[in-house]
Design a protein around this ligand. Sequence first.
Ligand code: AMP
Ligand code: GLY
Length: 424
Amino acid sequence: MRVLVVGGGGREHAIVWKISSSRQVDKIYCAPGNAGISELAECVEINPNDFDAILDFVKYEWIDLTIVGPEEPLSRGIVDAFEKEGRRVLGPNSLGARIESSKSFSKDFMRRYGIPTAEYKVFSSYIEAGDYVRLKGLPLVIKADGLAAGKGVFIAETEKEAMDALRLIMKEKAFGAAGDKVVVEQCLRGEEASFMAFTDGKTIVPMASSQDHKRAFDGDKGPNTGGMGAYSPAPVVTDALEAVIMETVMKRTLKGFSSEGINYKGILYAGLMIQDGRPHVLEFNCRMGDPEAQPVLSRLDTDLVDIAVAITGGRLGEIDIRWKDDASVCVVLASGGYPGKYEKGKPIKGLEEVKSLKDVTVFHAGTSFNGNDVVTSGGRVLGVTATGKDISGAKDRAYEAIGKIHFEGMHYRKDIAQRALRRT
Ligand code: AMP
Ligand code: GLY
């Protein structure tokens, strides 16, 4: 089988890595990929949002299956374009992807189907949003409606912070048209978890639980990022809680889609806040989490290609999906300055040495080649991922590997998985 993976971050490296062990796969392509992915797949310089070019490539290279990693092409309709041409693709169509690409759609959807979430209101007027902030009192959470790479959410503890966020999103348009509307919502307190599931629109099967670390600095301080690290399993998601999440969140969501005539296929990701033992949805994503995909796929014990083919064929119910008992921890190494401005092109040292370490995989995110050297080319650069018999062992191994890697300005959190360890 010939497979194309669309995207070029740590999540896509983890997908490519996982399918590279599939017996069914003869050849993997990745568009556009990165330096690490190029060791396992042929990287092709095609923009993930140029669907004509991608479809031409798929036809020309006789690709049997395309797996789409990031949200942007999904929300712009890559799956719709593939389905029109009768090509096999893993991911939801653009109507389904609205669950991520519009927070106002997603919140209204949750309200319609009784999915637990924070109280909220949607505004397209800056003045009305400001009035609501003053009426409600703080703390509040202010969210740009559209896609903002995980950076359009502000937890406002004071009125000034709330007004600054509204101004940044709605007046200064820091996220472009994504800020035409805002969601202002109640601030929930508790512990977060990422809950992902495979679905073919009829059957929904949970993936191993995980938790990411969104803030830039240790102790959950600093601005939100795309994610600075993740681990799996997440002890906060007990078997009993998983059952509640499946009933009140995942199955209700699937039922909601089907009531609205949307055949949602692919991955459904619920970002949850567990407050007083009950799950509340903070956001839905229409794809795997990044970096959650790295530790979660490290634990997947079933062929991902079998799963993908079953999903696209509407036969997910026939597959037995298994997870390894091991735990896995991924620590993101970021460029100095991320999630703000950062420099690129810094040579990365130590990658060869780390390759010999057992149970450690370095997933590349923002890397490229400068001649023969691997250099930084993005905010999140590497996801150093280790497995072990428990979270503590996996974490130690990941940090041990990080000790051997270096690039100028390298920044990472030293407390990834601490939350899980505090529970055990
Ligand atoms: P989102 O992109 O909506 O998941 O928001 C990004 C991050 O902001 C979440 O992972 C939480 O850490 C935080 N967040 C979002 N909504 C809320 C909320 N209602 N209460 C508390 N924290 C939130
Ligand atoms: N790590 C959070 C996300 O992928 O949205």
